[in-house]
Design a protein. Sequence first.
Length: 294
Amino acid sequence: MSRPLTLRRAEKYGFCAGVRIADREVKKFAAAGGRGAILGQLVHNERVVEEMEELGVRTVDSLDEVRDGTIVFSAHGVPRSYLQTARRRGLRVLDATCPFVYDVHDDAERARQEGLHLVFIGDSRHREIIGYVKDLEPGSFHVLSTVEAAAAIDWSAYPQGIRILYQTTLNAEEYEEVARVIETANPAASRTDTICYATKENQDAAVALARDPEIDAVLVIGGKHSANTRHLWEICERHKPSYLVHDVDDVRAEWLDEVEILGVTAGASTPDYLIAEVEARVQELAQRRVTASG
Ligand code: SF4
């Protein structure tokens, strides 16, 4: 094919409001000469981690690694006890936790005070979930993400009631069955919709893009460890050939062979400059195709 390639971005893609604010706050801090460490990746994107390091704000895995200066809490949030621990150790705190994540902490705390058993639907290894559960009494909560896991638990053992909450970046529809298993087993179970609208908007826009009959294929840009980027790729893949790329080096010329209009979307942790770089690479490969056939 020798026709030029057109790129069409999803209506919504890339950084959500929470990440945009966190990114801006840390850059402002670094520009003012601040030096410190971010606990966990500011967002799940390797390029952002490198960029922050260049600015003098390294990424660490544990609070114990930081002896002085400022500790930055990322948009995913941390267990509330970390704030006291950091202050007790004489660290300054730059808290970039997303307000929506704080809302979930508050919802969970209210339910806990009501005596309810807590169920978090999500990934137990994800920092956001660790932030919710690390300070809780063992036995006062569950974290799960599959129907099988939900079905294996005797929910009638919690007659005081159960509150179901979601990791903010999940798609509620996909976990409906998990919540239903719990609610069916225990009529005193109820849920709070803690799904973040930003994730849903990116997902809805990705579906609309992938379903668009004019679009031949979709490129999904995002970090290797970004769950929401992978999820965007999964939902696009249901409708069109879709390719998940982390940076320009992942783009393959052969993907573009039969493509006239390429849809582009990006995970909530993908910076704008990375999207622009990948698009430039795609155009460069497409241009070579036109030149070679011309
Ligand atoms: S995805 Fe939503 S909850 Fe998560 S950081 Fe962004 S705005 Fe906040």
